[in-house]
Design a protein around this ligand. Structure first.
Ligand code: C2E
Ligand code: MG
Ligand code: MG
Ligand code: MG
Length: 289
């Protein structure tokens, strides 16, 4: 009986592996086509000053809707694009579009874009960015580059020199998803960051758990001590926002409480609607404007 059971299981195992393998191959082929045909999309999520509730910038996030399987998360397709060596075309496209959109907004808020570890080797980022800024007419001070710690581990020296070149132009450099990678602390002083984005895993429990709140408060203070702009990701509730404001030195917030990532047209409208004024949450139960 044990043997039959074992055999059955291993068949299921192979079948599942086959499905995964074929699914990935299919996604890769379709992703290549989607990138070539310009079928990716961009959404933008506001970052707000915590004290004034004014929008300070928006992060550009890439989207892919597969014709058959529906929306595929970037956490799934970005690693595939990296494997396939086509991430730099995505990055180039994102930077061109994001700078263009940002230039069209009615108030001078900034725009953030995510770059991948592979981009440091795969493309001349400073040249690509110069071109995008020139073509869009956007001031360098309104652009922000977000890099994850994982990206830095893979390309530390190269990343350091590219980021310095960008920082020298006045472009903001954010360390993204802070606290989730490895040996993160050493990067903070070694590389030219201007901004620290604390991962949302540090935010999720702060309204209920005093120790979680102390941890966030201390990570934020570390960032402030190093003269970094400190951002908290993943703020979903008013309670989280309130304890953050009263108990930590976090300066900017991003999260579903204020707004989900929005299509370009909707974020442009949002910026125009709150134009320089404090924003209220766009969650339906909170909208008062
Ligand atoms: P990220 O750069 O840390 O982006 C923030 C992610 O958190 C986004 O997920 C956003 O939708 C999500 N988020 C924002 N507020 C909340 C919240 O209140 N609660 C929760 N649960 N989630 C929230 P998304 O769009 O799925 O992107 C995932 C990751 O994919 C990004 O993490 C980034 O690392 C990567 N990514 C997205 N767009 C690009 C891109 O254009 N290029 C590259 N290289 N990576 C990208
Ligand atoms: Mg990011
Ligand atoms: Mg992030
Ligand atoms: Mg994140």
């Amino acid at each position: 009986a044990a043997k039959a059971e074992g055999k059955g299981r291993s068949q299921i195992f192979h079948t599942q592996m086959d499905i995964d393998y074929h699914y990935r191959q299919r996604l890769k082929a379709d992703l290549r086509e989607a990138v070539a045909e310009g079928e990716l999309g961009l959404v933008f999520q506001p970052l707000l000053d915590i004290a004034t509730r004014k929008v300070v910038s928006c992060e550009a996030l890439v989207r892919w809707t597969h014709p058959e399987f529906g929306p595929i998360p970037p956490a799934t397709f970005i690693p595939l694009a990296e494997e396939m060596g086509i991430i730099s075309s995505i990055t180039a496209w994102v930077i061109e579009n994001a700078t263009h959109e940002c230039r069209s907004w009615s108030s001078p808020v900034g725009v953030g874009v995510n770059v991948s570890a592979r981009d440091f080797r795969g493309v001349d980022l400073p040249a690509l960015i110069d071109r995008a800024l020139t073509q869009s007419g956007l001031a360098p001070g309104r652009l922000e580059i977000e890099v994850t710690e994982t990206a830095l581990i893979e390309e530390r020296d190269l990343a350091g020199s590219v980021l310095q070149t960008l920082a020298d132009k006045g472009i903001a450099i954010a360390l993204d998803d802070f606290g989730t990678g490895y040996s993160s602390l050493s990067y903070l002083s070694a590389l030219p960051f201007t901004k620290l984005k604390i991962d949302r895993s540090f935010v999720v429990d702060i309204a209920e758990d005093p120790r979680a709140l102390r941890l966030l408060a201390n990570v934020a203070r570390l960032g402030r001590d190093l003269d970094l702009m400190v951002v908290a990701e993943g703020v979903e509730t008013e309670e989280q926002l309130n304890v953050m404001l009263s108990e930590t030195s976090v300066q900017q917030v991003q999260g579903y409480f204020f707004s989900r990532p929005l299509p370009a047209k909707d974020v442009a409208e949002l910026i125009e609607r709150f134009n320089g004024k404090p924003m209220v949450s766009t969650r339906p139960e909170n909208v008062r404007v």
